[in-house]
Design a protein around this ligand. Structure first.
Ligand SMILES: NC(=O)C1=CN([C@@H]2O[C@H](COP(=O)(O)OP(=O)(O)OC[C@H]3O[C@@H](n4cnc5c(N)ncnc54)[C@H](O)[C@@H]3O)[C@@H](O)[C@H]2O)[C@@H](O)CC1
Ligand SMILES: [K+]
Length: 502
């Protein structure tokens, strides 16, 4: 599991070490220079003779970058520092100059020709404008003028420089993953001590690239902020049937899905549940689910978890009433419920955390707006983490917000950000499959869910992980259909449980 700590926790961990005189900046710069050299060797076969351009801001992030530049210069790299403040880190600047690095001040406004030429000729650009000290609003001042030219250079297919973010892509909201202004997009981010929420939360996570953590000796004592489940975590969470387990012990999922307009949603949600290895699926509705899946039992009966809402239309009073009943039962009897799509407007004022909402950004905006906050889809997309949290706080439910990075928020600080699926996964019906997979894992672990209010969040992240990986497996590198994603779930689970996955 990848754990992150917020800026205050990282600073608190640094503080006693700095008081004792531990050379944290030297450790950070040494690790940074090591990874930049490794990347240069990989990209061009040699470190010596490469051209590194440093984007230098006014704080210690710029200091790390200048010191790393000095180390690279000593290894034969031609280093140019583009300084965006009048007084960059003094020691770092002196070290770079002593090592033979060149320094070019960047003014406000148009970039002078030598600055443009330096960027044009760079093999690697180190983004050291802002790190932990970034205040909300993106990069301001002369540094902001470097972001667009850098993006243009990266756009040159195969010919642009490698971009390495120092600690964080400059200007991201460290604790909430927002990008309120222009942010340089990195190929690799080298962070120090511990990852932070912005490394995993959208939209900032999209600017991080590959994440490398350099150990500078921090002891992160407090609770982590946002987690990301990895392949190795699946075996601890997935409901694996015991040899003696019968179908009721393995979990029965009740599905309330589909309507005349969207019968396919019911088939896909049911596919997701079946392929994830549930004991049995009971289907309530008129869609041709049993024809598609003969193993499904039509009609009511005992279930361990519900999936309600996929393809349920706003005028379908019968399905809506069934969905409403399932959500109400979750409050009184404790069966977990996945509430998706057409059932999201049926929530009572407050529900327990084993009610898991699975909206996309537009649906979350509608849900929050219905509860008195004027929120647009764009607001949610700009700050998915904040809005998922608000939805959890407003409803009590565990919230899984779908997107390129799926964010999950539950009670007691349970929080996950999963980036497992390819962009191809943004396809009709994929969300129905996810709802089914999540219903299956909730049913399979219903007894544990009753005992641990944070478990639904972990299981929601688990379902997102498996769903995303199934999309990769369905057609590596190419388009997928929702049905193909569902079909890939059993082998994906087997690989993850068998330890054959990466
Ligand atoms: N504290 C420590 O001992 C360590 C810090 N390290 C580095 O230090 C960084 C944090 O350093 P700082 O606290 O100096 O902060 P930063 O270097 O992130 O930035 C602070 C500076 O940026 C300015 N600034 C803030 N928001 C801005 C914006 N939106 N646009 C333009 N300028 C803005 C501030 O006025 C200040 O001058 C970490 O990210 C890491 O790279 C590492 O050297 C490891 C050890
Ligand atoms: K940075």
């Amino acid at each position: 599991m990848l754990l992150t700590w917020d800026a205050a926790a990282v600073r608190a961990a640094e503080e006693p070490l700095l008081r004792d005189g531990a050379p944290l900046m030297a450790r950070a710069a040494t690790g940074l220079a090591h990874h930049v050299a490794r990347l240069l060797r990989g990209a061009r076969g040699a470190v010596r003779g490469a051209h590194a351009v440093l984007l230098v801001g006014g704080g210690n992030n710029g200091g790390d970058t200048l010191h790393a530049g000095a180390l690279l210069a000593r290894r034969g790299v031609r280093v140019t520092a583009l300084t965006t403040v009048a007084h960059p880190h003094a020691e770092g600047l002196a070290a770079l100059r002593t090592a033979g690095g060149r320094v070019l001040p960047v003014p406000d406004g148009d970039l002078p020709a030598p600055v443009r030429d330096a960027l044009d000729g760079a093999d690697v650009v180190l983004d050291g404008l802002l790190g932990l000290g970034a205040r909300r609003g993106g990069v301001r001042g002369p540094g902001a003028g470097l972001v667009a030219p850098l993006a243009d250079l990266r756009g040159r297919a195969g010919a642009g420089p490698l971009v390495v973010a120092v600690d964080l892509p400059s200007g991201v909201g460290v604790d909430d993953g927002t990008c309120a202004g222009p942010v340089p997009v990195a190929d690799v981010t080298v962070t120090f001590g511990a990852p932070q929420p912005a490394h995993v939360l959208p939209p900032a996570a999209g600017a991080v690239g590959d994440l490398v953590v350099v150990d500078i000796g921090l002891d992160l004592a407090g609770p982590p902020a946002v987690a990301r489940l990895e392949a190795a975590d699946v075996v601890d969470l997935w409901p694996v049937p015991s040899a003696s387990g019968h179908k009721y012990v393995r979990g029965v999922v009740g599905v309330v899905a589909g309507s005349a307009a969207y019968p396919g949603a019911a088939v896909l949600a049911t596919s997701g549940a079946l392929r994830a290895g549930v004991g049995m699926v009971r289907y309530l509705g008129d869609a041709p689910v049993v024809a598609a899946h003969p193993e499904v039992v039509a009609g009511p009966g005992r279930v361990q978890a519900w999936v309600v809402g996929p393809g349920v239309g706003p005028d379908d009073d019968v399905q809506r009433s069934r969905a409403r009943d399932a959500v109400a039962r979750a409050g009184s009897h404790g069966e977990p419920v996945v509430v998706d799509a057409g059932a999201l407007d049926l929530l009572p004022p407050h529900v327990p955390p084993h009610v898991v909402l699975t909206p996309h950004a537009g649906e979350l905006a509608t849900l929050l707006t219905a509860r008195g906050a004027a929120v647009s889809r764009a607001d949610v997309e700009a700050s998915p983490w904040e809005h998922a949290r608000r939805a959890h706080e407003a409803t009590g439910a565990t919230v899984l917000l779908k997107g390129p990075v799926t964010v999950v928020v539950g009670p007691h600080g349970a929080a996950y950000a999963q980036a497992d699926g390819p962009p191809w996964l943004a396809t009709a019906g994929a969300g129905d499959v996810l709802a089914g997979v999540l219903g299956a894992v909730l049913a399979g672990r219903a007894a544990d869910v009753a005992a641990d209010p944070t478990l639904p969040a972990a299981l929601a992240a688990l379902a997102a992980l498996v769903h995303g990986r199934a999309a990769h497996a369905a057609n590596p590198g190419g388009p997928v259909t929702a049905s193909a994603v569902a079909d890939a779930v059993p082998a994906t689970v087997a690989a993850l449980l068998g330890g054959t996955a990466r």
